[in-house]
Unconditional design. Structure first.
Length: 281
């Protein structure tokens, strides 16, 4: 494991936002992860694990610890069983499994996440979630212990790993054979390209849907907030639940825009919007 200096979290953020890093390393195996946590403990530094950096807003300030970029990217597909490293592209996995007429991860195609990030956030789209086909997860705790989790309780954009200290290293999915999987996957990609600002710097959907069939994006649009700007951050004019880094936005700009959107939606509709993205202050 090689520790680097002088990197910035903005390099590992789909928002393109984030301050300098005290120390940085790539991990490509379970042993690398164990060594990294051991190194961080020796130097008394906190650890932040990142993948593609989507669904996150990193602080403008320096992260005073070790940032681990998860690059564990093995992938084995045997029948309907899929075992894949946490650093593997979730979007690519959705494409590859659909091409093999396997159903259950079509929605992953186009989501800018690693498999580890998708498991961590229980990523979902179009009525499907990562946890629905997930069978087990290999995890390295901060003390170096390796554990396989099978009995896990997931929620809307939540997982037990959000309350733990360690690193997801691989996941095992069991999918279903479906001759229509590739067709369904292509239709989802086409819909996403037409309805989301995929070419802009964003973290994906920022707010959770408040429930009862109510869409956060629809509420924001209803309040006339598409195109609303704070500093370099803007409410997307393509999809109102996307905030985009249009002109060198800082984390402060995005946080202020989140607060302004929340207040406007609360005043005009009575709904309180909770952020879906992980905010690192």
């Amino acid at each position: 494991m090689q520790v680097q200096r002088g990197r910035r979290l903005s390099e590992f953020s789909t928002f393109g936002i984030g301050g300098p890093i005290e120390a940085f390393a790539e991990v490509r195996s379970v042993a690398d992860v164990q060594n990294a946590f051991s190194w961080a403990k020796t130097h008394n530094l906190p650890v932040l694990v990142v993948g593609k950096g989507s669904n996150c807003l990193f602080s403008d300030a320096q992260f005073p610890g070790l940032v681990l970029l998860n690059k564990i990217d093995h992938c084995t597909i045997e029948g309907s069983n899929v075992t894949v490293g946490a650093g593997y592209s979730f979007s690519l996995l959705g494409v590859q499994t659909a091409r093999k007429a396997l159903s259950g991860l079509e929605f992953a195609s186009g989501i800018p996440a690693t498999v580890g990030g998708a498991v961590y956030m229980n990523a979902g789209a179009n009525g499907q979630e990562t946890s629905e086909t997930l069978v087990s997860v290999e995890y390295v705790h901060a003390d170096g212990r390796v554990q396989e989790f099978r009995e896990l309780t997931f929620g809307y954009r939540t997982s037990p790993f959000q309350q733990m200290s360690g690193c997801i290293t691989s996941a095992h999915f069991v999918l279903r054979e479906n001759a229509q999987a590739r067709k369904n996957q292509l239709e989802l990609v086409d819909r996403r390209m037409k309805t989301q600002p995929l070419k802009d710097k964003s973290a994906g959907c920022v707010f959770r849907n408040p429930g009862s069939g109510v869409s956060a994006g629809a509420l924001i649009d209803q309040c006339g907030l598409k195109g609303f700007v704070v500093g370099g951050a803007k409410v997307s004019e393509v999809h109102a639940n996307f905030l985009v880094n249009e002109n060198g936005a800082t984390a402060h700009d995005v946080l202020e825009l989140i607060a302004r959107v929340q207040e406007t939606v609360r005043q005009k509709t009575g709904h309180h919007l909770e952020p879906e993205i992980r905010i690192y202050r």
